[in-house]
Write a protein that binds this ligand. Structure first.
Ligand code: ADP
Ligand code: MG
Length: 614
């Protein structure tokens, strides 16, 4: 009994109808043969030993082999070894059933071709018929699809960004691990929730985002979300409506960290700004093309130019205003390129025409192609050095003067003595002459004494003294003279003043010199105000004000110069001595004056720090 499986019967039926329709093959070929030879599917007949008995042209064609090479060979010769089990399985099944179907790879010596096969018993003589269909490309496609699906699944689960799929009603139907992490929820907790449940503020902005999303079908934006654990997170998201199988997709990224980073960046930029702008030194930043990119406030002040005027300007054009020679400039550039830094001095003429001296130092590439020049205005320092040099000359003069003074003093004593003798012995009344001689002599004396103060070294003994006590004594001493000039004193002494380390006679001399000058500039009388109080920086502040003529501004700096006087009979030595004494006491003097209103002398002296005092 020939039992054919349904497939074959159907095949037969189809081909038979075809044949009937176009009668082409009505000749000697039996219908069976026609089916066999004309079928698109491969047909292979094998015996009970699995030896190939016959193959149809289609099968030979699909293997690109000759029929002759196939017949008589064993089936297993064409099946890769690891697939032999398939043949065995087929054998097993055929023992019990009439047909078997499955997939079988067949190797033609070059490539493996995959076939879908159906094997059925052909006749009782132990022949089997196997119908094969080449499914290699179909399988390939299937595999590709599967791979894509796997890839997609991998992407979904492994993605660092949170991915959420949701229904039209907003319900979440799937979320990847990253999404669970972002929303601080388990997968189950996320399901059936809605994304909008997590939105912190359903503000106008939120509403407009939703609206735009529905209009455009997709959107990318950022919102603050509140997580179930109370955490706030800034999330950047991309929504795509109807992205997969009608579901909507939203991809989330936590940007809180980025925001925090941006914040700390901003803060460190602020810090830099504060230091940059607060620095006392001028700081100039420039790029590789020597163009100025930034300058701080001190720098602008020193150069008397604004940031606006300077940014983008080439350093060379600035250097043109500087008195720096070509050679010096070359040397600088050489240094900066070899050592990455250089320093030096130069002078720069300001817009106002004033020439300023600067000390500078360059550092190459302090960060991303930006180099830095720091500079300091040393004009005052240089001026001070000049002054110091002058005062050194003053010291030399002082020393010389001391020598001369001694030489003059001795003959002076003799002169004074003999004048007295003469006065007593002369009969006629020459009182007036004698008076002139004595006052002039005492004037010489006082000049010599003042000179001597300048001499070095001086036998001075510094002791802790209450400075207000010294001032009181001085004021008492001068009160008689003050009354003569119609001048009155107003004094304020702070209580419990700290002591000052000083030589009291010298201090007295300072006060006498200043107060005498004050009396002398008030011919019509007035008040001299004296006050002593504790000041900042561990200093005592002594304040002496008169209501005299005042000193023109440009003359103030002449005070203290030897022999500077505006008085007919002045010596111009009083203030010089005063400045010198204060300097020796590590103090400072400042003069403030207004023409026609008066003058104030401020003296600052360091006081003695006692334990526990501040
Ligand atoms: P002298 O008093 O002998 O002139 P000083 O050194 O004491 O010398 O003073 C120098 C000059 O400073 C004075 O001649 C005067 O021009 C000016 N001067 C000092 N003190 C005052 C003052 N209180 N008011 C105005 N001018 C002053
Ligand atoms: Mg004087």
């Amino acid at each position: 009994m020939v039992i054919m499986n349904q497939e074959i019967r159907r095949l037969y039926a189809r081909i038979e109808t075809l044949e009937k329709e176009n009668n082409i093959l009505a000749n000697d070929n039996s219908p069976k043969y026609n089916i066999f030879s004309r079928s698109n599917d491969g047909i292979l007949i094998f015996d009970c030993l699995e030896r190939i008995v016959d193959v149809n042209p289609s099968f030979a064609e699909s293997l690109k082999m000759d029929k002759q090479h196939l017949i008589g060979r064993s089936l297993s010769d064409f099946v890769p070894k690891n697939w032999h089990f398939k043949i065995e399985k087929q054998r097993e099944i055929l023992k019990k059933k009439e047909s078997v179907r499955g997939i079988l790879p067949i190797y033609n010596g070059r490539t493996i071709i995959e076939f879908d096969f159906t094997t059925s018993i052909l006749n009782e003589g132990g022949l089997y018929m196997c119908i094969l269909r080449d499914v290699t490309s179909k399988r390939l496609l299937e595999r590709k699809v599967k791979k894509n699906e796997e890839l997609y699944a991998d992407l979904f689960t492994e993605a660092l960004d949170g991915i959420i799929f949701w229904r039209g009603n907003g319900e979440i139907i799937d979320a990847n691990e990253a999404a669970c992490r972002i929303f601080e929820c388990t997968h189950d907790e996320l399901l059936n929730k809605k994304i909008k449940d997590f939105v912190y503020e359903k503000s106008e902005r939120y509403k407009s985002i939703v609206k735009e999303m529905f209009v455009k079908g997709s959107i990318r934006d950022e919102l603050v979300f509140l997580m179930p654990n109370g955490q706030f997170k800034s999330l950047e998201f991309t929504v795509k409506l109807n992205s997969v199988e009608g579901y909507h997709m939203t991809i989330f990224r936590n940007v809180s960290e980025r925001h925090a980073m941006e914040k700390s960046l901003r803060e460190s930029e602020q810090k830099f700004r504060m230091i940059f702008e607060g620095a006392l030194e001028g700081i100039l930043l420039w790029n590789n093309q020597f163009e100025i990119v930034d300058i701080n406030q001190s720098g602008q002040r020193m150069l008397q130019m604004t940031k606006k005027e300077l940014i983008g300007v080439s350093l060379h054009s600035i250097l043109n205003d500087c008195n720096i020679t070509e050679d010096e400039l070359k040397e600088q550039i050489k240094n900066i390129h070899s050592a990455g830094q250089s320093d030096g001095n130069l002078s720069f003429t300001l817009k106002s025409g004033r020439k300023k001296f600067f000390e500078f130092s360059n550092k190459l590439n302090i960060f991303s192609n930006i180099s830095m020049t720091t500079f300091k205005d040393v004009t005052e320092k240089l001026e001070m050095e000049e002054q110091l040099r002058k005062s050194d000359t003053l010291n030399v003069i002082g020393e010389l003067a001391a020598g001369i003074a001694h030489e003059i003093r001795n003959p002076m004593t003799a002169l004074k003595g003999f004048i007295q003798l003469l006065e007593d012995s002369v009969k006629e009344d020459h009182t007036m002459y004698f008076n002139v001689i004595t006052t002039e002599l005492s004037r010489i004396d006082s000049i010599i004494n003042e000179f001597l103060i300048l001499a070095k070294p001086q036998a001075v003994k510094f002791v802790e003294k209450d400075i207000s006590q010294i001032m009181k004594e001085t004021v008492d001493l001068l009160s008689a003279q003050a009354v003569l000039h119609n001048v009155q004193f107003r004094t304020y002494y702070e209580k419990n003043l700290p002591n000052v380390f000083c030589e009291s006679n010298q201090m007295k001399k300072v006060f006498i010199n200043i107060i005498k000058n004050a009396i002398e500039v008030m011919p019509k009388g007035g008040y001299i105000t004296v006050s002593i109080r504790k000041d900042l920086d561990n200093k005592v502040h002594i304040f002496i004000r008169d209501e005299g003529t005042g000193i023109p501004a440009h003359k103030i700096k002449k005070l203290g110069e030897p022999f500077y006087t505006t008085k007919e009979r002045g010596t111009g030595l009083g203030l010089m001595v005063t400045y010198k004494i204060i300097e020796e006491h590590k103090g400072t003097i400042e003069v403030e004056s207004k023409l026609g209103e008066g003058t104030v002398f401020h003296i600052y002296l360091p006081y003695v720090l006692k334990a526990g005092m501040k």
